[in-house]
Design a protein around this ligand. Structure first.
Ligand SMILES: [Ca+2]
Ligand SMILES: [Ca+2]
Length: 197
């Protein structure tokens, strides 16, 4: 999934640690929400969310409808600003230059777990993960490994504890990658020692 260039979301800034918007940006988003809310109900229906997501992302219609259903967990047929805000933060975490999907999952593990648990059974199974992995840029091969490594109880489902372990692992792996990148950069900056003097 990608954001389309030039859309409003590309001008907002997502905090790299907490994966939330600044107060000023959240206020701008609230005004944007009000503009979309043409019926003045403080909610957006599926059609409004469809047009919004179609305009700012390259998600397919099926993906958009799935995202809407995931966020509309109490099946009212409408999303409030809280859900819209979460949706925007997920979209922004996904941006290439941000690359914060895993950080988002880690920081908001409870909300993400509820989002992925499509049937409300308090566990996330391979089918649920597979259907939603585009939201957090989780690759197919990665998925199999997640279940192999973190389904400690062996029931082919991740409960919240197992899911939380997965999020911690993701963050540690990312931090390790960043440390290695930094080391490489530093090594490149240090000039090669010249011959014996
Ligand atoms: Ca489930
Ligand atoms: Ca399990």
């Amino acid at each position: 999934m990608r954001l389309k260039p030039g859309c409003l979301l590309q001008f907002l800034y997502l905090d790299k640690i907490y994966c939330l918007l600044s107060v000023r940006n959240a206020r701008a988003l609230a005004e944007y929400f009000q503009l979309l809310d043409v019926h003045k109900k403080n909610t957006l229906n599926d059609l409004q969310v469809y047009h919004f997501l179609h305009y700012v992302t390259d998600l397919t219609k099926e993906q958009i409808m799935l995202v809407f259903d995931l966020l509309d967990w109490n099946a009212t047929g409408e999303l409030g600003f809280d859900e819209f805000y979460m949706l925007v933060c997920i979209l922004m975490a996904h941006e290439k230059q941000n690359h914060l999907e895993k950080q988002f999952i880690y920081q908001h593990s409870g909300a993400v777990f509820e989002l992925l648990d499509m049937d409300g059974g308090h566990t996330v199974g391979p089918r649920e993960f597979q259907a939603t992995r585009f939201l957090f840029n989780i690759k197919k091969q990665e998925l199999e490994k997640i279940f192999k490594d973190f389904d400690v109880s062996g029931d082919e489902q991740l409960n919240y504890k197992e899911f939380k372990m997965f999020t911690i692992f993701c963050i540690e792996r990312q931090q390790k990658k960043e440390r290695e990148k930094k080391k490489k950069r530093l090594n490149a900056e240090i000039p090669e020692p010249s011959g014996p003097d």
